[in-house]
Design a protein around this ligand. Structure first.
Ligand SMILES: [Mg+2]
Length: 229
């Protein structure tokens, strides 16, 4: 019998891609990138998205640090798009990091589902995000009232899928594995992480990516959780 539901935040409740896109569009205008020769905002966003994903992949396998990731993702994007290095706006990355988390687009049905689940279960967050960003997102998007505990990897010292972060989160919640379930969009971090720790997990798969056989439970829309619980 489930008593505790652990949620991932980015790409699961907080619509990361939509919020990033909104932020990048605003920065494109603020920094007048069109006048600097970057004629297509869409092209700018696409190039950034590719570079960002590649750098995150390198970060996840320990090839680069978070600092290097932050330094490189826009610099590389501007260079790729032919901007002279001297014209790269110095505060772009800092502005992006400051502005992004203040966006409030959540996945459809998030508030309805959380309000429903909150009455029947203890809800918690386990996030691999930057601490400052997680705190801002939770506050600005009014998510704090739904959750008992917000566990952030920077505080714990290890990221999902490390068992230690699940261990920490369950201890904090005074929860047993068999009465806990993890919901998240990352197969590696959330689903295999929880399963290897010994917990059930539901794969949030809004883009309907292929589901590996070993993943037993998945949803495409948050409102499907109303049937689950
Ligand atoms: Mg996620």
């Amino acid at each position: 019998m489930i008593k505790h539901i652990f949620f991932d935040l980015d790409h699961t409740i907080w619509d990361f891609d939509r919020n990033a896109q909104e932020t990048l569009m605003e920065l494109y205008e603020i920094y007048k990138l069109k006048e600097l020769g970057l004629t297509s905002a869409e092209n700018f966003i696409t190039t950034y998205t590719i570079n960002n994903h590649q750098l995150w992949a390198q970060y996840h396998v320990g090839k680069i640090t978070k600092e290097a990731l932050r330094e490189e993702r826009f610099r590389k994007t501007f260079i790729d798009l032919g901007l002279h290095p001297e014209l790269i706006p110095a505060n772009f990355e800092a502005d992006y990091v400051a502005m992004g988390p203040t966006k409030t687009n959540l996945f459809e049905g998030a508030e309805k589902v959380l309000a429903y689940l909150q009455n029947k279960y203890h809800l918690h967050i386990i996030s691999n995000g930057f601490k400052e960003a997680v705190v801002t997102k939770m506050t600005v998007s009014n998510l704090n009232p739904y959750f008992k505990n917000v566990v952030i990897s920077e505080d714990v010292g290890v990221n999902k899928p490390d068992k230690a972060i699940f261990e920490h989160a369950l201890n904090l919640a005074k929860a047993q594995k068999q009465e806990s379930i993890m919901i998240g969009d990352s197969l590696e971090a959330d689903i295999y992480g929880a399963q290897n720790f010994g917990m059930r997990a539901i794969f949030f798969n809004p883009l309907k990516a292929d589901k590996p056989d070993e993943v037993k439970e998945q949803i495409h829309h948050l409102e499907e959780l109303l049937n689950y619980f």
